[in-house]
Structures are given as structure tokens and as C-alpha cells.
Design a protein around this ligand. Structure first.
Ligand SMILES: C[C@@]1(CC(=O)O)c2cc3[nH]c(cc4nc(cc5[nH]c(cc(n2)[C@H]1CCC(=O)O)[C@@](C)(CC(=O)O)[C@@H]5CCC(=O)O)C(CC(=O)O)=C4CCC(=O)O)c(CCC(=O)O)c3CC(=O)O
Ligand SMILES: NC(=O)C1=CN([C@@H]2O[C@H](COP(=O)(O)OP(=O)(O)OC[C@H]3O[C@@H](n4cnc5c(N)ncnc54)[C@H](O)[C@@H]3O)[C@@H](O)[C@H]2O)C=CC1
Length: 159
């Protein structure tokens, strides 16, 4: 982040974008589950992934590249999430993406995020994305939970 201004929310068509998530642990899994309703296809590159992700790979909801990070995995990506627990690897992914103009989010370092991963509430066609501008993920979560309840009530009036 270069200045103190807030990040602007955009709603992007991800259906034909190539998204690569490097790493298949807790953070990757949470973010993949958030992304799935919005994407056709998503690639996960990691030697080991959580059982929940293995199931998604078996049902072909995600494509699992079962190997450690290599730059070839991300060269043609539109969007990359660096979610490994190896900070050096996450940094390397960040550098490659910046070099190639690929939008990147590094989960271990808020300074290395072209975009923050938002909390999301989706009820039918209404989608709300929440950020605390990279400063407070706990507050983002609290607000997401409140909006979730609010929209659930609203939704009852939509029928
Ligand atoms: C800045 C940001 C950058 C980015 O995009 O990666 C970032 C960074 C970091 N988060 C960390 C930790 C955790 N983050 C969560 C959860 C969420 N984190 C999310 C977003 C963001 N996290 C980005 C913007 C934040 C903003 O808007 O201000 C959400 C909104 C979206 C999502 O990740 O799905 C989601 C809640 C949404 C929801 O529930 O809907 C939990 C789990 C929990 O809270 O239950 C933990 C473990 C806490 C624990 O277990 O103690 C750490 C490690 C250091 C630390 O622990 O502080 C860093 C690194 C750092 O801060 O440098
Ligand atoms: N932004 C956020 O919300 C949060 C970020 N963090 C940060 O995120 C990192 C990851 O956290 P978790 O998902 O909980 O870790 P985890 O240990 O559950 O998962 C790490 C994953 O990275 C993979 N991995 C390791 N080296 C790799 C390589 N060279 N190539 C490909 N994949 C590789 C592993 O196979 C595993 O799937 C933490 O180290 C921490 O810095 C932690 C909590 C929340």
C-alpha cells in the first residue's frame, strides 16, 4: 500500500480467468471455498493439500497440480494467491507476479497484496465484499458475520 487511502471494491468476472492458488493448507482452503461460487475453474499447486481440497479435486471442482511451487505454474495466470507457509516462496511468487503484471495476494504479508482477500456475503445475486483495508482481519470477520445475519433477514422479503 503506497498511501493511506482505502482500496476500491471492484466486482470482477472471474469465470474465464486463470486463478492459481499456491499452497493447500488452512488459508488456501478457506479462500478456495470462498472463490468457488464465482469461478469455473481454479488451480491449486502444492505437494500436499487438505482432505477437503482433495475431495474438490476428485470431483473436478479444482485442478490440483501436485508439486512444489515452480514459476511455470503461474506464468499464464490472471490472478495468484500465494498461500504457502514458506515466506521465501511467497516472496518469490510476489516478485514473479509483479514482474509479469499478474495480480497477486500474499497471505503472509499485507504489504505484498495488489488486492486484499475480502470477507464475502452472497445471497442470490447480492454480493457484499468486506475489508478493513488490510489493517484488521478480525474486524472484517465480525462485520461479515453481522452482514450475513442482516442479508439472511432481507432475503426472506425477496420471495
Ligand atoms: C491483510 C489481509 C491480507 C490478505 O488478503 O491476505 C490478511 C492478513 C492476515 N490475516 C492473518 C490472520 C487471520 N486472518 C483470518 C481471517 C481472514 N483474513 C482475511 C483477510 C485478510 N487477512 C486480508 C485483509 C484484512 C482486512 O481487510 O483488514 C479475511 C477477511 C478473508 C479470508 O482470508 O478469507 C478473513 C476473515 C473473513 C471472514 O471470516 O469472512 C484468520 C481466521 C479468523 O479470524 O477466523 C486469521 C488467523 C487468526 C488467528 O487464528 O488468530 C494474518 C496473520 C497474522 C495475524 O494472525 O494477525 C495476516 C498477515 C498480516 O496481517 O500481515
Ligand atoms: N492472510 C491470512 O488470513 C492468514 C495468513 N497466515 C499466513 O499464511 C501462511 C499459511 O498458513 P496456513 O494455510 O495456515 O498454513 P498450512 O501449514 O495449513 O499450509 C501451508 C501449505 O503450503 C504448502 N506449501 C509449503 N511449501 C510449499 C511450496 N514450496 N510449494 C507449494 N506449496 C507449498 C503446504 O503443502 C501446505 O499445503 C502462514 O504461514 C501465515 O504466514 C496465517 C493465518 C491467516
Amino acid at each position: 500500500m503506497k498511501q493511506e487511502s482505502s482500496y476500491f471494491p471492484v466486482f470482477i468476472d472471474l469465470s474465464d480467468k486463470k486463478i492459481v492458488v499456491v499452497g493447500g493448507g488452512t488459508i488456501a482452503c478457506r479462500r478456495i471455498k470462498t472463490l468457488l461460487p464465482f469461478v469455473e475453474c481454479l488451480t491449486v499447486a502444492a505437494p500436499v493439500i487438505l482432505p477437503e481440497l482433495q475431495e474438490l479435486a476428485l470431483s473436478k471442482r479444482i485442478c490440483w497440480v501436485q508439486e512444489r511451487y515452480r514459476r511455470e505454474q503461474i506464468l499464464d495466470a490472471d490472478l495468484v494467491l500465494a498461500c504457502t507457509d514458506d515466506e521465501q516462496i511467497n516472496d518469490e511468487i510476489y516478485s514473479v507476479c509483479r514482474c509479469l503484471g499478474i495480480m497477486v495476494n500474499v497471505c503472509s504479508d499485507r504489504r505484498k497484496c495488489d488486492f486484499y482477500f475480502p470477507g464475502i456475503v452472497k445471497k442470490e445475486d447480492v454480493v457484499v465484499g468486506i475489508t478493513a483495508n488490510g489493517k484488521d482481519h478480525k474486524r472484517a470477520k465480525e462485520v461479515r458475520e453481522k452482514i450475513e445475519d442482516l442479508l439472511e433477514e432481507e432475503q426472506k422479503k425477496w420471495k
